[in-house]
Design a binder for this molecule. Structure first.
Ligand SMILES: [Mg+2]
Length: 343
């Protein structure tokens, strides 16, 4: 249920309904490459050096995921195009993307070089969907990139919605939808719940958020850390985090997506670090896909319906690959090693 804001953060209005957007550029590095090179558009390609840093959605449809050894990709899918990193291009795109975000609200919490939470409470004129549509359109028009957006009352719901929205879509979790999906969320799909934590919860017979009902922090502290117990209780009660942490504030330097050596915010992050972040992610989990409805998408999207056609296979290759091997693994079989989401 939508509820009144309990406290103001960084200039947010003190009353009203909380509206959090999670904006996340789709397949960021690959989308920048496809934006800048028409020959790559609509084709399976990867940004890689020894391992895949970022596959395009066309490549993901084949089963290629971040963290996969490049030689394996070249062996199994010889038609897949390969590009190297262009850190300056990614950094420039990141800066422009955040300039768009900050035009909609000053309350922007970077999650990485290409994703952020935005608190647009009181700025959406009662139309969060309209604001999200405008943000996606601005990112497409001004930066040339597809950005999926999730809208929710908390950061968790917004993030789950943006995951469901990918690629190049929009999902709005209103009060009615949240009431339906929150209890059904699987605990292993909650960001921050890793395999070890989930094993303990699973062993105790806890599988979905609804299973947490009636448990308090002390109950859960017998299974997981105090911080996790507190978080799970808040998720079960619908009081989870909606606070935007602004870059540069004391005690926030360890947040994902920011470069502690060079100061806060994506502007000061070097994309060599971003590359290493994405390389270490592996494949993202399919968080939220089981319980959320289908996303609304842009008809002009260039990365929707990622399929590799036979015609595409017959086009000239950017590089020549050895012959194919066995069937690919699926993305859902892999788990991320770090990071909070997909590239
Ligand atoms: Mg992304």
């Amino acid at each position: 249920m939508m509820h009144a804001i309990r406290r103001a953060v960084g200039g947010r209005p003190e009353t009203g309904t909380v509206v959090i957007l999670h904006a996340d550029a789709d397949a960021f590095f690959a989308s920048v490459e496809q934006r800048d090179d028409p020959a790559l558009r609509g084709r399976p390609m990867v940004v890689a050096h020894e391992v895949v840093a970022c596959p395009s959605y066309e490549a993901r449809a084949l089963g290629i995921h971040a963290g996969m050894p490049l030689r394996q990709v070249q062996r199994r899918w010889p038609h897949v195009l390969v590009t190297g990193y262009r850190a300056e291009a990614y950094e420039e795109a990141s800066v422009r993307l955040f300039e768009v975000f900050r035009r909609f609200t000053p309350l922007v919490e970077p999650g990485s070089v290409e994703e952020a939470f935005l608190d647009v409470t009181g700025r959406d004129r009662g139309d969060p969907r309209g604001m999200a549509v405008a943000l996606r359109a601005a990112a497409r028009a001004e930066v040339g990139l597809p950005v999926s957006v999730g809208v929710g009352r908390t950061k968790l719901m917004a993030k789950l919605a943006s995951r469901r929205a990918k690629p190049d879509g929009l999902v709005v979790v209103d009060a009615e939808l949240e009431a339906r999906v929150r209890p059904r969320l699987r605990l292993d799909e909650l960001w921050g719940v890793g395999p070890t934590t989930y094993e303990k919860l699973h062993a105790a017979g806890l599988f979905v958020v609804a299973d947490l009902q009636g448990l308090d922090e002390d109950d859960l502290k017998r299974l997981v850390t105090t911080a996790m117990a507190r978080r799970l209780v808040s998720i079960a009660r619908g009081t989870d985090d909606a606070t935007i942490r602004l870059p540069g504030r004391a005690g926030r330097s360890a947040r994902a997506g920011r470069c502690p050596r060079r100061g806060p915010g994506p502007r000061s992050c070097r994309c060599s670090r971003a590359v290493s972040i994405v390389r270490s992610r592996g494949c993202s989990r399919s968080t939220g896909r089981r319980v959320f409805p289908a996303a609304s998408r842009s008809s002009s999207a260039t990365t929707t319906a990622p399929r590799c056609s036979s015609a595409a296979r017959s086009r000239p290759r950017r590089s020549t690959r050895p012959s194919c091997g066995p069937r690919p693994e699926t993305c859902s079989s892999a788990r991320p090693t770090s990071g909070t989401g997909e590239a």
